[in-house]
Design a binder for this molecule. Structure first.
Ligand code: MCN
Length: 796
């Protein structure tokens, strides 16, 4: 008997394959004999003019098939020689700039692609790269936000002040409200650059089919259709001539939404020109210096509040380190500026930011995308107010919450999608109660005192966030019932470990009334679903989940209609249980879905015993055409979902830490999460997402920083030097509790969950360390040596 699967902890169908090493990534794509391998010459300088590139040493090098520099690109197509697309333009981005597939005239960060070599294997390709001689005129680089702001040197000669964009939004009059408030505070905060580190780096394989005149591309991407569009435009092809297939993706975390990377274009170009399959797989060093980073921001906050801690005016000014180019427009700082408010409702708010160019790796969204910085600003402000007033930190938050009866809540701001920032639903007071219970907030002072008596420093922190998820524009679902009764589901967004094959199968099994194990899900293959957007912004559950649910409804309606015809019953009297359609109350009168699928195809073949041949005949009613007008053959349903606006998930994290007096080592003893993503499809998967996110948040708070020197060299571009937390750094048993405030905006009442775990990491750990040390923590990440320095600064 089929039971409802929505909300159940169904085991992930993907895991058997992954755990047995049967995952199939771009690098595993069966490559034909004769596949060529690519390597890239990357800039060793952060800022330099290219005077000359000499590739003559490669011309008769054994095993080298081609070398390309910028000057070769226009020979392929004029579009190839144009800059890469600026994906999300914004009116405030007055000085946007994107790079070329291969550097033209100048390089603006260490790692920027200069030449592309294709050879028999990667070893030969790398050796050949080493033989290219480039004559540079080295220029002074701009590294770090203060240097960019000082603007003594420019990243791009024609962009004054290194300013890509200046943006401001206002609600009420923040400055006047602050001036008139009973109490005022100001804070200066900063968060350093970090980056996501998927286990699988970027990768692409291309095959040009001369006979069919089309391109087949395997890409490790979060946006298969985005890659397809960019490749088609740059190669002068129709969209229909390009198939992009996304096999398993070993993590994306945002870095793989950038479409296209230079290699995404150069690999298929080479494949077409050379008539051979060509492959590129990024190595770890390349991931550090030539993919994307995020987070780097300096912030100045002024706040005015009353005796209760109620914020009367909030003025936030921040500077965003955008790296050398702006392919993703202003999306990261815009998100910081609009989602900083979290669950609170300051009556007067001004946010202003400057997005600054630096001679460092480009910045594009990394899981959480601008929100960790915004939450850091807001939650540090809340803690500062509580400390100033001598109040409990939870009390100050509670008086500023949007109340449950105030939804939908319009902040009076414009959200990142250009529409008004309206929260759909939530219950922040209840979340606060839950997190307090989960972490043991009220009991903590006694524990802290007990530990202090033993000479140990314990601290507790709390941070709240609200996250716009499930952004549009649309996503599609296709549900196809095979004649075997098995169900094939396709959606166009891609999957990087989120368990989509499981959750989408749950939704289809529920809606269609088939067995979970009979549903198979395909993602990220433009041959199966050519219209799609991609996996980012915690949107798959809301967008594809809704579309697949609607598509399953359509397939079901059709199945019931055909079955009703066959069973001579009314469709309303039918039910589907475990893949069998039957008359309610009369289970003997039934037909299985596979047979319904056969009936839906009016042409079918039978084996003729006499002639020993397959014969083709038509089925259908004698007095009706086999395919009624307006109907399509086949038992399938397709639908698209496009929401009016984003849905806002929310949550609260709390942590108990200990800081060592002797070594300044920071140990997390307890970490608790309360999360509200509306109705849960699969709580186990959501908890897995939260655990992974929390680990990344801890990494960002305590370990991970991109250490650039003044020359723009990344000093820690390997896992020997760039610390990511291992399982030993993540506390045992992260406690997770859920709240399900359904979204009224989509049919399943879902909100997104994929990024939430990472968002408040820096804010909550800064608060806990501050509480343990009784010292203001204003910069993250914070290492033991940073903590020592902080202690020294405050003893002088
Ligand atoms: N889910 C659910 N019930 C809900 C909401 C979500 O069961 N109410 C499930 C979803 O069905 C999905 C998972 O939780 O299986 C995450 O859902 P969602 O919030 O829709 O996020 P996406 O699937 O769109 O994933 C994107 C998100 C982002 S933006 C980043 S970055 C990220 C992340 O997910 N990168 C990841 N999680 C990651 N997890 C892994 N393993 N690898 C990455 O690269």
């Amino acid at each position: 008997m089929t039971t409802k699967l929505m909300g159940q902890r169904v085991q992930r169908v993907e895991d058997q394959r992954f755990l047995r090493g049967q995952g199939r990534y771009v690098d595993d794509v069966a490559v034909e004999n004769g596949t060529l391998h690519a390597a890239v010459l990357r800039s060793p300088h952060a800022h330099a003019r290219i005077i000359d590139i000499d590739v003559s040493a490669l011309l008769d090098m054994d095993g080298v098939h081609a070398v390309f520099t910028y000057d070769d690109l226009a020979d392929f197509t004029p579009e190839m020689a144009e800059p890469l697309p600026l994906l999300i333009p914004h009116p405030a981005l007055t000085h946007g700039r994107t790079q070329y597939a291969l550097a033209k005239d100048e390089v603006n960060y260490v790692g920027e692609a200069i030449a592309f070599v294709v050879a028999d294997d990667r070893y030969v390709a790398e050796d050949a790269v080493g033989q290219i001689v480039v004559d540079y005129e080295v220029l002074t680089p701009v590294v770090g936000i203060p240097t960019a702001r000082a603007a003594r040197n420019l990243v791009h000669d024609d962009i004054p002040g290194n300013v890509a964009a200046h943006f401001e939004q206002n609600v009420g009059d923040a400055q006047a409200a602050i001036a008139g408030a009973p109490h005022r505070l100001s804070l200066d905060l900063s968060i350093e650059r970090s980056a996501c580190m998927p286990m699988e780096g970027r990768g692409v394989v291309a095959r040009w089919d001369r006979d069919l005149n089309r391109l087949q591309l395997w890409a490790s991407t979060q946006t298969a259709t985005g890659v397809r569009a960019a490749v088609a435009v740059k190669m002068g092809l129709d969209l229909g001539q390009v198939d992009v297939i996304t096999p398993d993706v070993g993590g994306g975390f945002g870095v793989k939404i950038n479409h296209p990377w230079p290699e995404d274009l150069l690999v298929p170009m080479a494949a077409k020109l050379l008539g051979r399959m060509v492959k590129f797989t990024e190595d770890r060093r390349e991931h550090f210096i030539s993919s994307a980073h995020e987070r780097g921001q300096d912030q100045h906050i002024e706040v005015g509040f009353d005796d209760e801690g109620r914020i009367l005016g909030l003025d936030v000014e921040f500077w965003h380190d955008h790296g050398a180019y702006t392919p993703y427009g202003l999306i990261v700082p815009i998100i910081t500026s609009t989602q900083l408010l979290g669950p609170y409702k300051p009556q007067n708010y001004r946010v202003v930011f400057e997005s600054l160019y630096t001679n460092t790796v480009i910045v594009t969204p990394y899981r959480g995308a601008g929100r960790p910085q915004g939450v850091f600003a807001m939650e540090r402000t809340m803690d500062a107010i509580a400390q100033y007033l001598g109040k409990d930190r939870t009390q100050v938050r509670a008086v500023n919450f949007i109340r449950p009866d105030e939804f939908p809540f319009d902040h009076g701001l414009i959200f990142q999608d250009g529409r008004p920032l309206i929260y759909d639903s939530g219950d922040y007071p209840q979340s606060l109660e839950k997190i307090k219970a989960l972490i043991g907030w009220d009991d903590f002072p006694a524990l802290q005192a007990e530990m202090a008596a033993q000479g140990r420093r314990f601290g507790i922190g709390l941070a709240c966030y609200v996250e716009g998820t499930g952004v549009g524009p649309y996503e599609g679902g296709h549900v196809h019932i095979e004649t075997t009764g098995k169900v094939k589901v396709a959606t166009g967004l891609t999957t990087q470990g989120q368990g989509h094959a499981t959750v989408f199968a749950q939704l289809v099994a529920d809606e269609l009334g088939v067995k979970f194990e009979d549903v198979e899900v395909v993602t990220g293959d433009t041959r199966r679903m050519p219209y799609a957007v991609g996996t980012y912004a915690s949107r798959a559950a809301v967008m594809s989940g809704s579309a697949i649910h609607l598509a399953a409804k359509r397939a079901k309606e059709k199945a019931l209609k055909i079955a009703a015809d066959a069973l001579e019953a009314d469709p309303d009297d039918l039910q589907i249980v475990d893949g069998v359609v039957s008359v309610k109350g009369s289970p003997g009168t039934s037909i299985d879905l596979g047979t319904v699928a056969v009936l839906s195809n009016p042409l079918r073949y039978a084996f003729d015993e006499k002639s020993k041949l397959a014969t083709q005949f038509s089925v259908g009613h004698p007095d009706r055409p086999p395919v009624p007008r307006g109907e399509e053959p086949g038992l399938e349903g397709k639908d698209f979902y496009s929401p009016d606006r984003a849905t806002f998930a929310s949550g609260m994290h709390a942590a108990i830490v200990e800081t060592s007096e002797d070594t300044a080592e920071i140990t997390i003893h307890k970490y608790a999460v309360v999360h509200d993503c509306g109705h849960l499809i699969n709580p186990m998967i959501v908890e897995g997402q939260i655990h992974g996110g929390v680990a990344q948040g801890i990494g960002g708070a305590l370990y991970e920083r991109m250490a650039y020197d003044d020359a723009g060299q990344l000093l820690n571009a390997s896992f020997m030097d760039f610390l990511i937390p291992y399982v030993s750094e993540i506390p045992d048993g992260i406690a997770v509790d859920h709240l399900e405030t359904p979204s009224p905006l989509n049919p399943l009442g879902i909100k997104g969950a994929g990024e939430a775990g990472v968002i408040p990491g820096s804010a909550v750990l800064a608060a806990a360390i501050e509480d343990a040390e009784k010292l203001p923590v204003t910069a993250m990440p914070i290492s033991p040596s940073d903590l020592f320095t902080l202690r020294l600064e405050h003893t002088q």
